[in-house]
Design a protein around this ligand. Structure first.
Ligand SMILES: *[C@@H]1O[C@H](CO)[C@@H](O)[C@H](O)[C@H]1NC(C)=O
Ligand SMILES: *[C@@H]1O[C@H](CO)[C@@H](O)[C@H](O)[C@H]1NC(C)=O
Ligand SMILES: *[C@@H]1O[C@H](CO)[C@@H](O)[C@H](O)[C@H]1NC(C)=O
Ligand SMILES: *[C@@H]1O[C@H](CO)[C@@H](O)[C@H](O)[C@H]1NC(C)=O
Ligand SMILES: *[C@@H]1O[C@H](CO)[C@@H](O)[C@H](O)[C@H]1NC(C)=O
Ligand SMILES: *[C@@H]1O[C@H](CO)[C@@H](O)[C@H](O)[C@H]1NC(C)=O
Ligand SMILES: *[C@@H]1O[C@H](CO)[C@@H](O)[C@H](O)[C@H]1NC(C)=O
Ligand SMILES: *[C@@H]1O[C@H](CO)[C@@H](O)[C@H](O)[C@H]1NC(C)=O
Ligand SMILES: *[C@@H]1O[C@H](CO)[C@@H](O)[C@H](O)[C@H]1NC(C)=O
Length: 466
């Protein structure tokens, strides 16, 4: 870095004497967009949950950790094939524009490199190798590595008697890669066996992707509700850009993909000028549309989502119950956002029984922020700890303690274990994943067993791009 700057400074100083005073090397101001990450629909870089009541995520001093569970999302990635192709189409449309670009899109006519240089990177985690900027601070790879160090710092003691242990991951390549970077980053002291669980529906209930196994799942079941949300903000964006550039003809749909461009470009390059195209209100409308569609397709607004999430919640409760008998104190699992959202719907952490409205953005009265729960690199921890002979359960979502409001009078706003069991039983009551999802039509695996039989089964499904 030092050498590079010595070489670059004289050159840049000559080429651009004025800007070089403020920014002699010419690096983008990566952090300047961080305040926007919570409004990127979960497609941009990781961030900590933005609202906290100041309760430390470390367990209270007089208490001892007994078990820790993690449900994590893969880290920062390129867009999927589907979304990437749409963004590329918008890029082509703008590139074809015959006049010089004017207004907020004019950066594309300057020294600009589109962030999708190789379509083989669709679906992939961003890494040092496939990042377009060698010092991009937001790669999925680095996020997983940093997360592992933070994990060790807080929970490393719990591994003192079990340095050989499993980490569970779905067989999606980017999910697996995240788990693998995490595992490697723990250091040579640990011998991690990755248990790679198939996303195929033949896995039935024995999976980290119960939504994928559910043959009756219908993502558009509530499209009639979510379709009522106004897309005027998208029309406004398209109109503004078309007014600045006569004949550009951007549509509302193109405008949606510009948000994805902003988010994914940040994962790939660490920075995106596209993020400056929108006003703060437009980010708020966009983020809420994402909350809304997610709430009714994968969250508490869709009854089947809670059933889908109940499999992992039930397994989590079972691990907690068996804490005294299980040698392993650390249960780490990696999957996709939709499955974590369904899991959280089953736990009920962000479910206040008030259906999200479609006719306005409930700015103050709104606890369901999808991207705050499952940004790239999301991490939902379940802590089990003992304080003077009683045990307690508590959730930590993206570094912030999120109490179960109805049960939070334990130390550190935790829930006393027997009360937690009552709470969980109540949430799980009447949930029947196997029946509701017609699991036996596609699989003979009617319960989640991998946490208990991984040593004999050694799960090793082939990786897929999904
Ligand atoms: C590790 O084993 C020792 C000795 O049995 C015990 O005192 C200690 O609590 C164990 N540590 C954990 C994290 O279980
Ligand atoms: C690492 O773990 C595997 C089980 O996954 C075990 O077979 C192997 O002996 C362990 N190696 C060491 C060095 O502990
Ligand atoms: C999903 O739900 C929508 C809205 O109710 C309905 O139109 C569609 O047919 C459903 N799809 C399936 C596969 O059942
Ligand atoms: C550039 O955009 C401004 C509005 O920002 C507009 O007034 C002007 O006409 C545009 N110029 C061209 C050449 O389109
Ligand atoms: C925009 O639409 C006009 C009228 O339909 C058409 O002549 C023009 O070629 C279009 N421009 C682009 C860039 O597609
Ligand atoms: C919950 O887990 C237990 C233990 O794995 C299992 O016996 C039970 O069937 C599960 N219940 C549901 C509703 O999944
Ligand atoms: C914890 O339980 C043990 C045995 O039941 C008892 O001897 C001890 O006094 C208890 N400690 C506290 C702090 O309640
Ligand atoms: C479940 O199905 C798989 C593959 O179809 C088969 O290999 C396995 O033996 C079956 N298991 C049971 C318990 O029937
Ligand atoms: C998984 O392991 C089994 C038994 O070791 C082996 O037969 C199978 O080929 C492996 N599958 C993959 C995808 O590596």
């Amino acid at each position: 870095m030092l050498l590079a700057s010595l070489l670059l400074v004289p050159f840049l100083a000559e080429a651009a004497p004025i800007s070089s005073i403020a920014d002699p090397i010419g690096f983008p101001d990566y952090a300047s967009h961080e305040h926007l990450f919570p409004y990127m629909g979960g497609s941009g870089p990781h961030f900590s949950y933005p609202l906290s009541y100041g309760i430390p995520k470390e367990v209270p001093e007089q208490c001892t950790m007994k078990q820790i569970q993690l449900m994590a999302r893969h880290g920062e990635r390129y867009p999927t094939l589907k979304t990437g192709t749409k963004i590329m189409d918008v890029y082509k449309k703008i590139s074809k524009f015959s006049s010089k670009l004017n207004g907020s899109l004019s950066f594309i006519d300057e020294d600009y490199e589109f962030f999708i240089q190789d379509t083989n990177n669709y679906e992939e985690l961003t890494t040092f190798e496939n990042s377009l900027d060698p010092i991009n601070p937001y790669t999925g790879m680095q996020d997983a590595q940093t997360h592992a160090k933070e994990f060790l710092y807080q929970y490393g003691d719990m591994l003192e008697n079990s340095t050989s242990f499993p980490i569970f991951t779905s067989n999606s390549k980017r999910v697996h890669d995240t788990a693998n970077y995490f595992a490697k980053s723990l250091g040579d002291k640990y011998n991690v066996s990755l248990q790679i669980i198939d996303e195929d529906e033949s896995s039935g209930a024995n999976t980290l992707t119960t939504a994928e196994s559910c043959s009756t799942y219908n993502k558009t079941a509530n499209a009639g509700i979510t379709g009522q949300y106004s897309e005027d903000y998208l029309k406004t964006i398209a109109k503004r850009l078309n007014a600045e550039n006569k004949g550009l003809n951007l549509t509302s749909s193109d405008a949606t993909y510009l948000f994805g461009w902003c988010a994914f470009e940040t994962n790939v390059k660490g920075y995106s000028d596209m993020c400056d195209v929108f006003t703060p209100e437009e980010f708020a409308y966009y983020a809420y549309e994402d909350d809304l569609t997610n709430y009714y397709a994968y969250g508490p607004g869709y009854d089947l989502a809670k059933v889908v999430g109940s499999v992992n919640f039930n397994a989590s409760v079972e691990l907690l119950k068996q804490s005294e008998d299980l040698d392993l104190k650390v249960w780490l699992s990696f999957t996709h956002d939709n499955n974590i959202v369904a899991y959280l719907a089953s736990v009920g952490l962000f479910d206040d029984n008030q259906p999200l409205p479609v006719d306005h953005v409930p700015i103050r009265n709104h606890i369901y922020h999808k991207s705050w729960m499952v940004p790239q690199g999301a991490r939902v921890y379940t802590q089990l700890y003992e304080c003077s002979n009683s045990t307690y359960v508590r959730y930590v979502v993206n570094d912030v303690v999120i109490p179960i409001e109805k049960c939070s009078d334990g130390p550190g706003m935790s829930c006393e274990f027997s009360k937690f069991l009552e709470y969980a039983e109540d949430r799980l009551d009447g949930m029947n994943y196997v029946d509701s999802c017609d699991i036996t039509s596609t699989s003979n695996q009617t319960s989640l067993t991998f946490y208990w039989d991984y040593e004999s089964k050694n799960y090793n499904a082939s990786l897929i791009q999904s």
